[in-house]
Design a binder for this molecule. Structure first.
Ligand code: HEC
Ligand code: HEC
Ligand code: HEC
Ligand code: HEC
Ligand code: HEC
Ligand code: HEC
Ligand code: HEC
Length: 327
């Protein structure tokens, strides 16, 4: 029927994409355990409004930079404000949002002239002090405005919010946004499911690719497509890159992020028994035959999944499970 209306099929993706978001509070009455764990997770706190964040309390003194730049923070009736100064040049702007639950860091995002900027200063939890935001130019800023940070395009800032929040729309439009990675960011809008609960009308995707939408896939376009080595200092930040390069992933065809991590997080400092996960595939007897020199009391992770610190204050776990051989 040319020129007529499109007929919607009963395909699940069409139905799901038309669904409305109802908010995590609606899920908790029926899914008590997932909701309890998720509420304590870092996902649920990946973004906060400044007034709900610990950061203003931490940045309680001015930050002085080389070259005479100073950044001073204050709480005002208009919100949390940063004032930058370089000689007589002064600029003021509200810092509205705080990115990160503070596992590693907190980065403020502010607004100036109708645009969003990523602040030049980040709080590094391990160092217990502020430092320059990762990726910002280390050259001394030449104006008070430049000292505030990097102005982001609408597209880039939308991407930041889309990884750290739920139901943000391009623009960015925060009208219906819930800060943090909430239930419906992974499971899709829940209106149909809430009114007629069942398995068919809710998305559930436990693949590595689903987590990698935010945790990042290996760069398919990079000229060098070979596995990243530990020496590629920053690739360690992106767990899927390492994991997908491991033999465990490639040979088992069964290893995913949720083999080891509960997608609903864990109330800290509770730790899963990672060795048990390893031994679900590598039975202790097979390790004896393979010359793996483990002792009963040493963790598999000490030798096969080490930690590394590519930048001061930022420590990650190498997800490329392997035997580290000296070069
Ligand atoms: C009124 C109760 C109720 C509410 C509210 C509810 N659910 Fe469910 N949910 C269910 C039932 C019942 C099932 C099916 C369980 C089964 O068959 O094992 C289910 C299943 C699920 C599943 C598993 C699907 C699968 O394939 O295994 C997910 C994921 C889920 N719900 C997410 C949510 C989210 C997200 C929300 C909030 C937007 C929510 N639910 C709100 C009752 C509810
Ligand atoms: C919408 C984006 C998004 C998706 C999808 C996502 N994550 Fe995350 N994840 C984040 C962000 C953002 C953080 C950092 C949270 C923080 O500390 O502020 C994070 C942190 C984590 C952490 C470290 C914190 C902790 O609890 O130890 C783990 C583990 C994790 N994610 C696992 C997963 C797994 C497994 C999946 C797939 C089932 C997944 N993530 C999917 C955005 C996402
Ligand atoms: C593609 C998705 C994605 C985008 C875009 C993104 N992030 Fe993240 N962010 C993550 C994930 C996943 C983590 C957790 C793992 C890690 O540290 O990389 C994270 C971690 C962080 C952390 C540390 C959280 C903690 O608890 O220590 C901060 C701060 C942060 N992001 C800020 C930002 C800011 C600011 C932007 C935009 C300028 C941004 N992110 C854009 C996915 C994203
Ligand atoms: C980071 C993504 C993510 C978030 C956020 C998330 N889930 Fe899930 N959820 C998953 C994945 C992936 C699975 C499948 C796990 C598996 O197959 O082992 C799952 C499974 C479930 C199930 C099926 C039973 C189970 O535990 O495996 C329910 C019910 C559920 N989620 C509800 C929720 C609710 C309610 C929230 C919010 C409080 C929530 N989820 C938040 C990714 C997420
Ligand atoms: C889902 C199953 C699975 C899980 C879980 C798993 N592995 Fe593996 N792993 C494999 C398979 C399959 C291979 C490849 C064996 C082969 O090719 O002979 C492998 C290979 C390895 C290798 C040799 C790697 C190399 O490059 O030579 C090491 C070391 C290893 N695994 C350690 C671990 C540790 C430690 C854990 C837990 C942190 C773990 N594995 C979890 C399936 C798994
Ligand atoms: C003290 C360090 C150490 C610990 C702890 C350790 N490994 Fe190993 N593992 C090694 C080394 C070194 C090799 C390489 C042995 C060789 O090739 O001669 C190895 C080899 C392996 C292999 C590869 C076998 C093969 O056939 O290629 C697997 C799988 C493995 N270990 C799994 C584990 C698991 C699972 C644990 C925890 C239960 C563990 N390892 C604990 C050091 C360790
Ligand atoms: C074989 C087990 C295993 C698998 C599979 C796995 N992780 Fe991890 N992950 C770990 C361990 C162990 C840690 C360190 C936890 C700790 O120190 O408490 C960790 C830590 C993390 C962290 C915190 C930051 C860091 O690097 O220490 C993030 C984020 C994370 N994993 C994401 C993922 C994602 C996304 C996937 C899927 C691509 C994944 N993990 C698959 C074992 C695993």
């Amino acid at each position: 029927m040319r020129g007529g209306a499109f007929i919607l099929g009963l395909g699940l993706p069409v139905l799901l994409s038309a669904q409305t978001f109802v908010g995590s509070a609606k899920c908790s009455g029926c899914h008590i355990e997932q909701s309890r764990r998720h509420a304590a997770s870092l996902h649920s706190r990946a973004l906060s409004r400044a007034e709900n964040s610990r950061l203003p309390g931490l940045l309680d003194r001015p930050v002085a930079e080389r070259g005479g730049v100073e950044l001073a923070y204050s709480q005002t009736p208009e919100g949390w404000i940063v004032e930058s100064s370089l000689g007589d040049d002064r600029q003021k702007a509200p810092l509205t949002w705080v990115f990160g639950a503070g596992m590693l860091a907190f980065t403020p995002v502010g607004e100036r002239d109708g645009k969003y900027f990523e602040h030049r200063v980040t709080w590094y939890s391990a160092l217990q002090r502020p430092g320059m935001t990762m990726g910002h130019p280390s050259a001394i800023p030449q104006s008070a405005a430049a000292a505030l940070g990097q102005t982001q395009t609408a597209q880039t800032i939308f991407r930041c919010f889309n990884c750290h929040a739920t139901n943000v729309k391009p623009g960015p439009d925060f009208g219906a946004m819930q800060p943090g990675v909430q239930c419906e960011r992974c499971h899709g809008g829940g209106s149909d499911h809430v009114s007629a609960p069942g398995r068919a009308n809710v998305r559930k995707n436990a693949s590595v690719q689903a987590c990698a939408e935010c945790h990042r896939m290996p760069d398919q376009n990079a000229a060098n497509k070979t596995s990243p080595e530990k020496a590629d200092a920053l690739s360690i930040r992106f767990a899927p890159v390492g994991l997908m390069a491991s033999k465990c992933y490639q040979s088992s065809q069964a290893l995913t992020c949720v083999t080891c991590h509960d997608p609903h997080g864990r109330p800290y400092p509770e730790k899963p028994d990672y060795e048990k996960k390893c031994q679900s595939c590598h039975a202790p007897a097979s390790l004896v035959v393979s010359n793996c020199p483990r002792q009963n009391d040493t963790s598999c992770l000490t030798c096969h999944m080490v930690k590394a610190t590519p930048l001061p204050g930022l420590t990650f776990t190498d997800h490329r499970i392997r035997v580290y051989r000296e070069p």
